[in-house]
Design a protein around this ligand. Structure first.
Ligand code: ADP
Ligand code: MG
Length: 288
């Protein structure tokens, strides 16, 4: 049988927007010393709008850059893909077929379009391939930038803006006030990460990291003696959610994240984390 206190806590927690998937989650919540958050879709809304797109090669017109990217993004469910497809609809661009679609984990996507290899990738991918990164793509520090490669030639870039969730400010403030450290981990570029981190007043961030690296960071924190909560929404967050002492998934995120987590934020509201922390402490006190 479920102890009465725990049963009551579970039903109250549902009203607070928390779905508890694991009975030890509450007990563990009071031990948390460090919160790690994913950025996109967790601290931010994950609703990207295209703010700018440009060609970087004389063989490609600006529209062609968007058209080729669209051929790939039509097959992706990433928040960036949804933003790009909206722009394509607005501009009434017809997109060609893409074959052999592939995700490049944490870095982008690729496919064959009109007999050419097309990729839409992160700045980190360019760095890895030793392709020079054009600084003008980063004129707006707050933008997430993806690059379009055609047969490994840099064709253009698309800059996209997301917004911080208004509730994130309160969540971070409350956690810090309770004496917890707050970090962010993101696959997005350094400049965006810094701007979100500065804006929210975080203790630190890790940018341009892959899903396995998110997991490694969690382990490092644990080795330093921290009791770690991780909050994320994507497939890419699942390994980190599983390794954290408390895994928290954002309700609007992927099923994979929700299935891996101990707790789901039903209303996708980071502020409900504050209830979790307060509530975990209260439940424990009632039990002893
Ligand atoms: P996050 O950790 O911020 O949720 P992801 O791991 O999902 O980020 O993605 C990391 C980076 O990989 C993105 O910022 C982007 O540069 C690139 N990327 C991933 N999927 C796509 C896609 N469908 N289209 C364009 N770029 C993508
Ligand atoms: Mg995410």
């Amino acid at each position: 049988a479920v102890p009465l206190v725990a049963a009551i806590s579970t039903s109250v927690s549902a009203q607070k927007g928390l779905l508890i998937r694991n009975r030890t989650a509450f007990e563990n919540a009071r031990k948390i010393t460090l919160f790690a958050f994913d950025k996109t879709g967790t601290l931010t809304k994950g609703n990207f709008g295209v703010s700018l797109y440009e060609t970087l090669h004389e063989d490609f017109k600006k529209k062609q850059v968007l058209r080729l990217a669209g051929a790939l993004e039509a097959k992706s469910e990433h928040p960036l893909a949804i933003g790009i497809m909206e722009k394509i609809k607005d501009e009434k661009i017809e997109i060609p077929d893409a074959k052999n679609f592939n995700a490049i984990t944490g870095k982008g996507i690729e496919a064959e379009v009109e007999n050419k290899n097309v990729k839409v990738v992160s700045p980190g991918y360019l760095k890895e391939q030793k392709i020079d990164i054009p600084e003008k793509a980063f004129d707006n520090q707050q933008d997430t930038v993806v690059f379009v490669l055609v047969d490994n030639m840099l064709a253009g870039f698309i800059a996209m803006a997301d917004e911080i969730r208004p509730e994130s400010y309160d969540a971070v403030k409350m956690l810090k006030k309770s004496g917890m450290k707050v970090f962010m981990m993101t696959g997005d570029n350094e400049k965006v990460a810094k701007s979100v981190s500065d804006e929210l007043g975080l203790d630190g961030y890790f940018a341009g990291i892959l899903p396995d690296e998110k997991l490694e960071k969690i382990k490092e924190f644990q080795q330093q003696g921290e009791f770690v909560a991780m909050t994320g929404d994507g497939i890419n967050d699942a390994p980190a959610l599983a390794t954290a002492n408390v895994g928290i998934a954002v309700g609007s995120g992927t099923d994979v994240a929700a299935e891996t987590a101990d707790i789901v934020l039903v209303n996708s509201n980071p502020r409900d984390i504050a209830s979790l922390v307060k509530f975990g402490k209260a439940t424990y006190q009632k039990m002893i």
